[in-house]
Ligand binder design. Structure first.
Ligand code: AMX
Length: 433
């Protein structure tokens, strides 16, 4: 058994008594109330999920296993000659809660190398789809197609005990994670680079290999590492994470869950926003004839968007109430590597003008930029101008967090989800109407 799995086993066994005690002895302790506004308003703020993989403070932003983004970027071991940590080290952190040593990361890098071969039928299926199919549809379908590989299903059918279910779930999760970058890169090269597929490199880590298969030179390997780490997890109530968890709660295997979570991520209010940001900026650029708008000119574009009933993509958040630290980390990368890029300059102007406008409009609870306001800029700069593809990158990263959550869901024996619903008439009666 690899060391990481041994370690995970120890952690799980040490953790179980805590959740068992909470449920058995304190199961009736109240942690909140639910209002009518929340029941018909997207369950905003209802405290009804438990996860230890990450926690989102509205003012501080995300912490992965207790570590802020700057702490993760500083403490996680880095690939030789790279500014950014190994993605594999971040997987280790999310799974075990510990910052890995150099040796522990290398072991995981080797583990992924062994698991990264993608079955040919996945590529055959992708090739059979019309080439103008959205890359998120292709990505979701490719993941679902691999469902026949599930180790969990085989062991479940053979009669596995509930407490052991995390083990084949871990196997499925690691097998899938190792393959996702190759599937994403295949879709990209097939759709957008004249079907010139670049096979995986036998020696590279996840970020390095992804850049290699995409056919993009350094420092795109660091862009990939940064991107996958930043997008990995954002608590468990967002659409993609919650969808993955919900599907898995029915003991559906992770191929079903992650394919489903990708479908949720494909929505314009969620992961697709990074594509929408670039589309929006391109529209402004066309109207400006490529010239960088002044703040006054940009204000007009923002108001035009709002007045036509649309949202300004890349701004606002259901939980955050400040600038997203994932935005900040990417902004710092841009300031270092592409300070004079025209699209970065657009984003910079937007950073200045949008929050006061959203405040003046008075609708959005959070006027500050989220992760998606910045991420497409970096991808565009390194040659990925096909913004339909950006959400696939988000999906590869998000799978890391959702899979970590699902392994722990199984380890702690979380049951099938089943919230209760009420009718409108019942709500009216409760309201005293
Ligand atoms: N532009 C214009 N209006 C906005 C807005 C924005 N960026 N953000 C919020 N609002 C509006 C909402 O549409 C809503 O209007 P309504 O009352 O007429 O329906 C009102 O402000 C209140 O919304 P909220 O409580 O502040 O936000 P929410 O929790 O309902 O939605 C989010 C959050 C992210 C969907 C929303 O801010 C939005 O649509 N942003 C633009 C799209 C985007 O950037 N999505 C990416 C989010 C991050 C991610 O998941 N990748």
């Amino acid at each position: 058994m690899p060391n990481i799995k041994e370690k995970l086993k120890e952690k799980i066994e040490a953790w179980r008594p805590r959740t068992t005690k909470l449920v058995k002895e304190y199961g009736n302790v109240k942690i909140g109330e639910v209002t009518i506004g929340q029941a018909i308003g997207g369950m905003r703020g209802v405290k009804c999920l438990a996860t230890d993989i990450s926690y989102l403070d509205p003012f501080e932003g995300i912490r992965f296993r207790g570590y802020t983004i700057p702490e993760c970027l500083e403490k996680l071991p880095k690939a030789p000659g790279s500014e950014m940590p190994y993605v594999e080290g971040h997987v280790y952190l999310l799974l075990t809660g510990d910052i890995p040593t150099e040796d522990e990361v290398i072991e995981l890098v080797e583990e992924f190398k062994k698991r990264k071969h993608v079955p040919q039928y996945v590529f055959d299926m992708l090739r059979a789809m019309p080439r103008d199919t959205h890359p998120m549809t292709m990505f979701s379908a490719a993941i679902l197609a691999m469902q026949r590989e599930s180790v969990f299903v085989k062991e479940y059918n053979a009669g596995i005990g509930k407490m052991d279910m995390w083990d084949p779930t871990y196997e499925d999760a690691m097998n899938m994670l190792a393959k996702l970058p190759a599937i994403g890169a295949y879709i990209f090269r097939m759709k957008y680079r004249g079907d010139t597929i670049i096979p995986a490199h036998p020696e590279l880590d996840m970020g390095g290999n992804f850049a290699h298969m995409m056919g993009i030179d350094k420092p795109y390997d660091d862009v990939a590492r940064l991107y996958f780490i930043l997008h990995s997890d954002h608590e468990s109530g967002n659409v993609s994470a919650h969808t993955g968890h919900l599907i898995a709660s029915a003991l559906s295997d992770v191929y079903y869950s992650i394919s489903g979570m990708i479908n949720g991520l494909a929505g314009p209010l969620h992961g697709l926003a990074n594509q929408e940001v670039l589309r929006w900026i391109q529209g402004v650029m066309d109207q400006m004839g490529g010239k960088i708008p002044t703040e006054e000119e940009m204000k007009k574009f923002v108001w035009d968007t709002l007045n036509s009933g649309q949202v300004v993509p890349g701004f606002g958040h259901a939980v955050l109430r400040k600038t997203d630290p994932r935005y900040q980390a990417q902004r710092e990368f841009c300031l270092k590597h592409l300070p004079d890029d025209p699209i970065f300059k657009y984003v910079d102007v937007l950073y200045k003008v949008v929050p006061p406008i959203l405040e003046e409009q008075g609708k959005a609870k959070n006027p500050w930029p989220n992760v998606d306001a910045q991420s497409g800029v970096i991808q565009w700069y390194y040659g990925i101008t096909e913004y339909d593809f950006y959400t696939v990158l988000f999906g590869i990263g998000r799978a890391i967090g959702v899979l970590s959550n699902i392994i722990w869901d199984r380890a702690l024996g979380y049951p099938i989800e089943r919230p209760k619903s009420l009718t409108t008439a019942m709500l009216e009666e409760i309201a005293g109407i």
